[in-house]
Design a protein around this ligand. Sequence first.
Ligand SMILES: [Zn+2]
Length: 421
Amino acid sequence: MRVFSVISRSRYVSGRGRSAGLVAAVTALLALILLPAIAQAAAPSVLDVRLGRSGETTRFVLELSGKVDAKAFTLADPHRLIIDLPALDWELGSDFVPTGKGLIGSFRYGLFRPGNARVVIDLTGPAAISRSFVLPPDPASNRQWRIVFDLVGTSDQAFRAAAGWPDAQPAAAPAPKLPDVPSPQPASKARKVVVIDAGHGGVDPGALGARGTREKNVTLAFAKALGEAIRATGKYDVHLTRDTDIFIELRERVNIARRHGADLFISVHADSIERREVRGASVYTLSEKASDSEAARLARKENAADIIAGVNLGGDSDDVRDILIDLAQRETKNLSVRFAQTVIPKMSKVTRVLRNTHRFAGFRVLKAPDVPSVLIELGFLTNAEDEKNLTSASWRRDTAAAIARGVDAYFAERTAEAAAQ
Ligand SMILES: [Zn+2]
């Protein structure tokens, strides 16, 4: 395993004779003028990301407003380069779309954990970091601080030998835990608890819309609207798995629901597909057998969220967990189906839904053994009409209100059943 810690080194600081004194004086003056503005900035900003290619070498450059330390390492299956950084403001503009060049297929960036930003680079093949360094600001070329990585191609064998996790993992991640079976019953709750999960986030942008809309932003806005709509009934406790642009592992989303003692878990997403004419919402519940190939495709895509973000999946023995869970899960599955069947008619009154709206597939985020869970795909970001809806506050309000009516109807039915027993 090879971990590259990139810290700035003084030998890269270039002062060119007498002009350096003048530059220093001007910089000091500028600093005085700019100080109040800079003091307010909590974190350095990423000003630009540049890719370059020279012969066999592919260069990746992050330009930043300040000096930061970076740590880089590679991961196999698929070939990825991960760069861990402190929290940063990404000032790349909402229309910035990452591209590839040379050994870089594409890349993602964003908050990974509180205080920890991450860049995940998809490599086009096995590659190694041949050089990495930090350059200080260069007034002559109007460049700020730069972190530079040079990549060269390598053999798959060499890549695998070097790939792996650094000993020191960034920030304190909540330890992934196997769900306990059977579930701990929280002391008698006065009110039903609904946990809403905004899909994706941070370094995992999710699907990309025709006009550049990112799924992670759509899901967060909708989760907030849905939370408001359900709270407005005055009957339920509502929690969100995230209320900022941050990455959360799939298993941790499940754990958040269980820690809150959720009676219902709703994960919201937006899909993308090659056929741009396809539009409409759909509701998914858990099944090891997907209801159709489209549902299977979708589950594969959504389940890849942890790989996309560069999460350590080592020791995740899904097989064992699945067997344990299956024993406790039948009733939960039935209730999930009941909720899906209750909410779909409410949704179809206010928005377009797909044919065979209720579908089944093996979504990892729906695997709480004791929490009825559904995943709602609100629409397709690749469809112009749907993308317009998904970014419209009034559509969000109407659709969230419809789902809230579904939540209310579902719990009313459950209460009536319990009273009749
Ligand atoms: Zn999604």
